[in-house]
Design a protein around this ligand. Structure first.
Ligand code: MF3
Ligand code: CO
Ligand code: CO
Length: 326
């Protein structure tokens, strides 16, 4: 008999695997124990006609164009609004996190909540990404696809919400606890949030963008945590991702000077073990840590100002209502 669920009594390493494959347990399902397994991805959800959509929504194909790094006051005002919308949806989605809920149910909520606010869920069909939010559990670094997997007590989950409204994107994410979580995971999540804010505080007009990665990396190192290098922060505005690169580790080559009016995300992914990633799922999106240890992430969309930084997706960020209608 072929079993799809592990039995309560697991075999010894050299015994036959419980799944009926005929292979030794240690060569079959044992390496997957405790790992996040892929579930079933439900069909893509439609977005009503009255919602203004980014160009890739129809095709899944991302065309890039030249976009000024320094935004106009009108664009900045729209980005404030998109930031507030994304932040509110993220907060509400986070309140749904509990043992027993599936990541697909969280996706349904984000999808509906985004549309209700007159926005388009930016991830949907971005480079053919099939869902409206990224849900990354435990060792999943980023870009986890919502599916039928149920959250279980002790998991940690990152929800990455991006809203497109008024012709611009607001991008923010946070990591949440599922019920009671072990001390090492709590420490990981707390330090990751601190890393994000250290990065944000390093935003100073006239300084090179490498200051951000230096601040993040030094805080992570202090706590013996790793910094993922393969995924970075990005310029954002009328396009989801522009050419501005925000490394979360120090590299002197990141010499671009921060200027008032620039907008970009800071979104460090911090690990308990190695910072190296692997693509072990067949979806071409889900990135996991190479050693299977846990990782956390926080993200904010930031605006460089004359005298510091404005965090467009922060709690308490305020937006003029629908500024593009005036
Ligand atoms: N929101 C992610 C970021 O922070 C990007 C997700 S792309 C998607 O850059 F296609 F996976 F949605
Ligand atoms: Co981002
Ligand atoms: Co994001």
């Amino acid at each position: 008999m072929v079993m799809t669920e592990p039995p309560l009594m697991l075999p010894q390493a050299n015994d036959a695997c419980w799944c009926g494959s005929g292979r030794k347990y240690k060569r079959c399902h044992k390496p997957l124990e405790g790992r996040v397994l892929q579930g079933v991805v439900s069909p893509m959800r439609p977005v009503p006609d009255h919602i203004a959509k980014p160009p890739y929504a129809a095709t899944g194909h991302v065309d890039r164009w030249m976009e000024d790094r320094v935004k106009t006051p009108a664009i900045i005002e729209r980005m404030r609004h998109a930031g507030v919308v994304a932040a509110e949806i993220l907060r509400l989605a986070g309140e749904m996190v509990r043992p027993g809920i599936t990541t697909d149910e969280i996706d349904v909520f984000v999808h509906e909540a985004t549309i209700e606010r007159g926005a388009y869920p930016s991830p949907l069909n971005y480079s053919h990404y099939p869902k409206s939010v990224c849900t990354s559990v435990n060792e999943v670094i980023c870009h986890g696809i919502p599916d039928s997997r149920v959250l279980v007590e002790g998991d940690i989950i990152n929800l990455d919400v991006t809203a497109f409204i008024g012709g611009v994107h607001g991008d923010t994410n946070a990591t949440f606890f599922v019920g009671e979580v072990d001390a090492a995971s709590r420490q990981l999540v707390n330090v990751t949030e601190e890393c994000t804010w250290h990065g944000i505080e390093a935003v100073v007009a006239g300084r090179p963008i490498s200051d951000i990665g230096r601040a993040i990396e030094s805080h992570a190192k202090k706590h013996n945590l790793g910094v993922v290098r393969a995924f970075i922060g990005h310029g954002i505005g009328e396009q989801f991702h522009t050419d501005v690169q925000v490394l979360h580790y120090y590299d002197e080559r990141a010499s671009m000077i921060m200027r008032p009016g620039m907008t970009f995300t800071i979104e460090p992914m911090i690990t308990i073990g190695t910072w190296q990633h692997r693509m072990v799922f067949d979806d071409d999106w889900t990135a996991v840590t190479a050693d299977g240890k846990r990782t956390a992430q926080f993200e904010h969309t930031c605006l460089v100002t004359e005298n510091g930084v404005e965090v467009l997706t922060a709690k308490g960020a305020v937006s003029p209502s629908a500024p593009w209608t005036r």
